[in-house]
Ligand binder design. Structure first.
Ligand SMILES: Nc1ncnc2c1ncn2[C@@H]1O[C@H](COP(=O)(O)OP(=O)(O)OP(=O)(O)O)[C@@H](O)[C@H]1O
Length: 239
């Protein structure tokens, strides 16, 4: 199996007045190509800090983060921007769609930052919207779509540059429970069919059951890693 993310002895300490907060307190794990992993924990457990380190948005105090073979903790800001552009897609809780652009234009946006010609951009964006089953909503503006449809656009946009890894921070935080499950199933399907690696942060243990593996984090430490595939297999064997 191809290792896509390798984290070793990762620490992030913040000084707040006289106190030191250990947001990450010696975290280590590996994530492989094609895995859907969820990082689960309560508020303040260190989830966002961990995701920020994995995406190279913040520097660790100590330890290493190797993504697709590069030690990203050693990269300069400029190199990090390039690294993210070439390797990473993001799905946000609040969708982050541009209100004046329709669905295809929103999905095509990351391609225009790369200087891809308009006809190629539109063709690729169109294909991605088919993939997330939004064929009929391509010309709709964000305010003409439901929350779930907007997040499908968000998923399509994260995929359009064909990134190795997708990071999702509470991707269903603004959706009702039924729509959340739909978006989870979509993400699960995308990871399987496109052989992507998806790392999702959530406080919701139920949504985490859609992931292949669940990393439980508390006080900046990984308490346990649950393998849902093994659990499903054992369930199947028992049944
Ligand atoms: N910039 C900062 N300065 C000081 N302390 C911070 C900073 N960022 C995070 N922390 C602290 O680090 C710990 C972990 O925070 P983090 O945001 O990673 O938690 P979280 O699990 O993502 O929480 P939430 O679900 O509420 O977003 C918390 O105790 C938080 O107060």
């Amino acid at each position: 199996m191809e290792r896509v993310i390798e984290v070793k002895s990762l620490y992030k300490l913040y000084r707040v007045g006289d106190e030191v907060v250990r947001a990450l307190d010696g975290v280590g794990f590996e994530i492989f190509k094609g895995e859907f992993c969820a990082i689960v924990g309560t508020s303040g457990s260190g989830k966002s800090t961990l995701l920020n380190m994995l995406a190279g948005l913040e520097k660790p105090t100590r330890g290493s983060v190797v993504i697709a073979g590069s030690h990203i903790e050693n990269l300069t800001e400029e190199q990090l921007v390039r690294f993210r552009r070439e390797n990473v897609g993001f799905i946000f809780q609040s969708f982050h769609l541009l209100g004046t652009m329709n669905a295809v234009e929103n999905v095509a946006l990351p391609l225009s930052f790369r200087g891809v010609p308009r006809d190629v951009r539109m063709r690729k964006a169109d294909k991605m919207l088919d993939l997330v089953k939004l064929k009929k909503h391509k010309k709709h503006l964000p305010n003409q779509m439901s929350g779930g449809q907007q997040q499908r656009v968000g998923v399509a946009r994260a995929l359009v540059l064909d990134p190795k890894i997708i990071f999702a921070d509470e991707p269903t935080g603004n959706l009702d429970s039924h729509t959340s499950e739909e978006v989870m199933r979509l993400m699960q399907q995308v990871v399987r069919e496109q052989k992507k690696t998806l790392v999702m942060v959530t406080h919701d243990a139920h949504l985490a059951t859609y992931a292949d593996r669940v990393f439980h984090i508390r006080d900046g430490k990984i308490l346990k890693i649950e393998d849902n595939r093994k659990i499903a297999l054992q369930g199947g064997l028992k049944g």
